[in-house]
Design a protein around this ligand. Structure first.
Ligand SMILES: NC(=O)c1ccc[n+]([C@@H]2O[C@H](COP(=O)([O-])OP(=O)(O)OC[C@H]3O[C@@H](n4cnc5c(N)ncnc54)[C@H](O)[C@@H]3O)[C@@H](O)[C@H]2O)c1
Length: 464
């Protein structure tokens, strides 16, 4: 692995050197397939540097909205999107033919899993097939979608070669995974280093050079598989460490008298060799609940079971069940039948201060509540006025004293900064706090069940 520096561009020749020249002079036209959380920031960053961008998406409303200068990604500034469109730098289309003009094409389409949690790379294949119809000599393709090692070489390239062009010679291709962290106020596209692994050295250099126009540091790796697997490692690392503290949280509850949150805080004072992860109601978003399965699926092909990955996923997926057990236990102490209990979920975004609802633990909690026969479930979330979950449409409820008091249990699921916790604790009958959001609240502690903590208890020993 090597940090990219512009000197290596000098070793390019022919069509590759022409492309490098166009990149340098900002004449290269950038194509982005998939205008979502990943694709849109890429397009906008290039526009801000003076490049022209063409975005392609299958959703017509997104394309129309963008062409009217209307932003739909919360981390992007509305005025910057509007400016890029009015300057004529940013255009969108549902027609792949628009990409014939592009010199560089980023692919940022979804990579979900199916009902059996096997990878679904059909969006990548579909995008590849459409691109291959218009692929022209000298173009550079950069796959951004998170996927298993071998996708670029064994799945995307064969589809692109239907164009008749020779990979690495007529056109260039690399895998360069995305690290955008929506809602992160410190790290954004520009200051988050990334890696790029091309099918050959020319592809790696070109992809790194292209990325380097909008990203300060780009690390060149030997091939696309390294880049594909390192991305999975990043997310598996998170999944495993979250599972570890989740397991510890459950153990602390079992033992009584030890607050897991304070344990984690204490461990975090070590300035080396420890990285802070906190327990919670489960994992969410388009990455952590899905990506680990991409690798365990591939490993099976090699008669290999990825034990850490599976165990971590099991622990994290058990957390919504664990949270619902707390709710049931608390409702049982009240003079209400379970089926009549009224439950409020606070926060349905998968993480704080974002609108992204994908794979939110809130949905898993709702599902478990329904399975237990508790159907009077509402939610409140200033970031999500409407929520489609469990085959229903829910609408965020506005909170007042009376409304809060009408619920038998309030579950704090997402730690949005704008929740008024003092007010919530004051007016709720009972609270299950899955994120230690109430740590600063000293009143009403007797009404709060904190994930990862129970009062000290007497230890009974079995004699026989
Ligand atoms: N969201 C993140 O924070 C994040 C971070 C790192 C990596 N990723 C990865 O990036 C990829 C994209 O994720 P995202 O969050 O941007 O998804 P997204 O759903 O926000 O955006 C994907 C876009 O692709 C469009 N699309 C689907 N099929 C298409 C096709 N055939 N042609 C053109 N457009 C098509 C969709 O309409 C959508 O607008 C995934 O592989 C994801 O795992 C996401």
């Amino acid at each position: 692995m090597k940090l990219f520096s512009e000197e290596v561009v000098g070793q390019l020749n022919g069509k590759a050197a022409d492309l490098a020249h166009r990149i340098k002079n900002k004449e290269a036209i950038i194509g982005v397939v998939g205008l979502g959380y990943v694709g849109m920031p890429i397009a906008l960053e290039y526009c801000k540097k003076g490049y022209s961008c063409i975005g392609v998406d299958v959703v017509e409303e997104k394309v129309n909205s963008l062409n009217n200068g209307i932003n739909f990604i919360e981390d992007l500034k509305d005025e910057e999107v509007a400016q890029a469109v009015s300057d004529g730098l940013l255009k969108a289309s549902t027609d792949y033919q628009a990409l014939t003009e592009a010199d560089i094409i980023f692919i940022a389409v979804p990579t979900p899993f199916n009902a059996n949690k096997d990878p679904d790379i059909s969006y990548i294949i579909n995008a590849g097939e459409r691109i291959s119809e218009f692929l022209s000599p000298g173009q550079l393709i950069i796959l951004k979608s998170t996927t298993f090692p071998g996708t670029t070489e064994s799945y995307l390239i064969p589809v692109l070669e239907k164009s008749g062009l020779r990979t690495g010679e007529d056109y260039y291709i690399a895998f360069s995974p995305e690290r955008v962290d929506p809602g992160n106020k410190v790290f954004h596209t520009g200051n988050t280093p990334i890696v790029a692994g091309g099918i050959n050295e020319t592809s790696t250099i070109l992809a790194s050079y292209a990325n380097n126009q909008i990203i300060e540091k780009v690390y060149m790796v030997s091939n696309p598989k390294i880049a594909e697997l390192e991305k999975l490692l990043e997310n598996i690392f998170r999944s495993v460490n979250i599972a570890l503290v989740n397991e510890l949280a459950i153990l602390c509850e079992r033992m009584g008298g030890i607050n897991v949150w304070e344990v984690v805080e204490a461990a975090s004072t070590k300035p080396f060799g420890f990285m802070k992860f906190t327990p919670g109601p489960g994992v969410g978003g388009h990455c952590i609940p899905i990506d680990p399965y991409y690798l365990s699926w591939l490993a099976r092909e090699y008669d290999f079971e990825t034990k850490f990955i599976t165990l971590a996923a099991n622990v994290n997926e058990s957390m919504p069940y664990h949270v619902v057990n707390h709710v049931i236990r608390e409702v049982a102490k009240q003079p209400v039948a379970l089926r009549d209990a009224r439950i409020l979920i606070m926060g349905v975004s998968f993480k704080k201060n974002v609108r992204d609802l994908r794979h939110s633990p809130a949905e898993a909690i709702m599902l478990r509540l329904f399975e237990e026969g508790i159907e009077n479930v509402d939610y409140s979330d200033p970031w999500a006025p409407e929520y489609q979950a469990v085959n229903r449409t829910f609408y965020s409820v506005d909170l007042n004293e009376e409304k809060l008091a009408s619920y038998n249990c309030v579950i704090l699921v997402t730690d949005h900064d704008d929740f008024d916790l003092d007010f919530i604790v004051k007016h709720s009958a009972h609270i299950v706090d899955t994120r230690n959001m109430t740590k600063e609240i000293s009143h009403g502690r007797e009404k709060i069940t904190l994930l990862g903590y129970t009062e000290p208890k007497t230890k009974y020993v079995m004699e026989h």
